[in-house]
Ligand binder design. Structure first.
Ligand code: ADP
Ligand code: ZN
Length: 211
């Protein structure tokens, strides 16, 4: 099954996608991760995306859509779209793309988390510079401060998790991404999951939907 996982920044899309990968062998297609890798490797795509990301703005639709098209053209299946679509234009392009490629995306799962909770999750988040593992300074501490439990590399705060940038991301979410709820309700594929619970509880509910 192919599905879309969407929600505000900090709603847990990445965490839940990781679990679906580990436990069910699904394939995670994260546009945010792709951009971060492109930035690390200083590719043309990375250079284009970086200024937008550092300011908490969305990367322009045309860039994102081309990138997703390339991913889907590889023939991947059993995937989770994590962080895409994020605008109505992206959602519409995706409809056109899946028709053309004869791919079926049967569900769009929305992770619902109240905005006051999102803020605390984002400001406290720390990520591993090497393996990408995600920690939180209060709710998911590493054993040794600022060191990754799984690979020993350094933990840092993402540029776009810094105070001044978070609000821009939450605004972009409100303005551009939250209208997708209506879009997927109309097409009968919308499912809402309460994301304001512990990781495992949220995962159990998603796994039921997937199975
Ligand atoms: P989060 O959901 O926590 O904001 P992501 O890793 O999904 O984190 O995205 C980080 C940033 O990457 C976004 O703020 C945006 O600049 C860019 N980005 C990721 N996916 C998209 C997309 N589909 N459209 C536009 N920009 C995107
Ligand atoms: Zn690590």
């Amino acid at each position: 099954m192919n599905l879309i996982l969407f929600g505000a920044p900090g709603s847990g899309k990445g965490t839940q996608s990781d679990l679906l990968v580990k436990k069910l062998g699904m394939i995670q297609l994260s546009t945010g991760d792709l951009f971060r890798n492109a930035i690390k490797n200083k590719t043309k795509l990375g250079i284009e995306a970086q200024t937008y990301m550092d300011e908490g703005q969305l990367v322009p639709d045309s860039i994102v859509i081309n990138m997703v098209e390339e991913m889907l053209l590889t023939g991947v299946s059993n995937f989770i779209l994590d962080g895409f679509p994020r605008t109505l234009a992206q959602a519409e392009s995706l409809e056109e793309l899946v028709l053309r490629l004869k791919i079926n995306i049967s569900k769009a799962i929305f992770l619902d988390v109240p905005s006051e909770v999102l803020l605390g999750r984002l400001t406290g988040r720390r990520v591993c510079t090497k393996c990408g593992a995600v920690y939180h300074i209060e709710s998911k501490q590493s054993k040794v401060e600022d060191v990754c439990d799984s690979c020993g590399a350094e933990l840092i705060q993402r540029n776009d998790d810094k105070q001044g940038v978070i609000q821009a991301r939450l605004d972009a979410y409100q303005n551009f991404t939250s209208p997708l709820k209506e879009f997927y309700k109309k097409s009968g594929r919308y499912i809402e999951v309460n994301g304001n619970r512990n990781t495992e509880e949220v995962y159990q509910e998603i796994e039921k939907i997937v199975k």
